[in-house]
Ligand binder design. Sequence first.
Ligand code: ATP
Length: 421
Amino acid sequence: MDFDKENVIFKNVSTNNHSNGTEFSSSTTTTAATTNTSVGQSQFSEAVSESSGGVMSYSGQILPSPNLKVYSFADLKTATNNFKPDSMLGQGGFGKVYRGWIDSKTLAPSKVGSGMIVAVKRLNSESVQGFAEWRSEVNFLGMLSHPNLVKLLGFCREDKELLLVYEFMPKGCLENHLFRRGEPFPWDLRIKILIGAARGLAFLHGLQREVIYRDFKASNILLDSNYDAKISDFGLAKLGPSQEKSHVTTRIMGTYGYAAPEYMATGHLYVKSDVYAFGVVLLEVMTGLRAHNPKRPNGQESLVDWLRPDLVNKHRVKHIMDKGIIGQYSSKVAAEMGRITLSCIEPDPKHRPHMKEVVDVLEHIQRINVVPDRSSTKSHVASSSRSSPLHYQYAYKAGAAGAERRRASPRRFGVEKELVA
Ligand SMILES: Nc1ncnc2c1ncn2[C@@H]1O[C@H](COP(=O)(O)OP(=O)(O)OP(=O)(O)O)[C@@H](O)[C@H]1O
């Protein structure tokens, strides 16, 4: 894929499923000026939009052409006040994210404090994976538009510098709210966020040529000022299998605790692998505990392995719920959450639901949550640890959800060896 400073050249996505990230074959190239890019309908968009079926589901769409601003490195230095450390919003596996400022009409960089705030991700350009992630992000987020996907506004590639400019999500990511110190994150916001994120995934899976997101986790669910969820980070996304195949085979990459067992074992990737990861996030949201925590005692490191047996029994589900939010959800809600979570983390991908069904179930759960008296929350919290089963005694006596709020984010992994189907 060739880019230069003034012009961006998009090449088309191939259907080769045997290399990492979004793949490209050389055919049509289209140039775009430094203002907004203007590219023709690529094979990528054709692949995901062939015939119109599913394209508009949940009010999303495949854009006829990417509408991304091309920035110079100097532009983004200006916008971020020279990447000042105190403007850093966060850091991921492949780079740092800074607060920046641009003109809201022209999207041109502006001085700090004027115009609108954006998030500028500066990728670690030394790593091959950094480039692959950047390219994948530009190609997927440049073409897809949905209320539950974060909006990519522009990008920069100059010498070794690779940057992405996104709409700013003022409430940060779900991970920070779920595992932060202090007040536990309220249940009604948790369920609202889950519904939004589920709609985003359902949109990707409902496209004519499915998109497998591959890295679904709490830190990739960003929140706007209204706590509406938007999925970010398409660095590992893949086009789903072509019609005659059930899966794509790829390198095993992702984040510990979220990756589906079939993917970890074989490298076979299905849309249902995303459903598994969604189930893991459901479990994190229910319990306030991280998907993977090597500091938990033996047998408890993996949240799914540890708590799956409790999801099977509706009477035990309530004991695994985050003790900080007792009184904010009904026991029926806890039982229903247990059921949908269990089905999402089914070992066999065929037995997992489609994301559209998950959306329906979560919307139902949101509707049926009637809680009589929230003022009783505190006394429940105080008494709950005494009534918990033995293996939770460690967790909740020590205030497990609270303790996990002080721990570091899950680690990403990537096995460089490519697996063969
Ligand atoms: N558009 C945005 N608006 C506001 N904050 C953002 C935005 N994008 C990212 N951030 C912040 O920057 C942090 C790092 O984001 P990034 O996508 O680089 O990594 P990550 O998802 O946390 O980790 P990983 O690289 O392992 O996927 C996020 O957790 C979030 O707090």
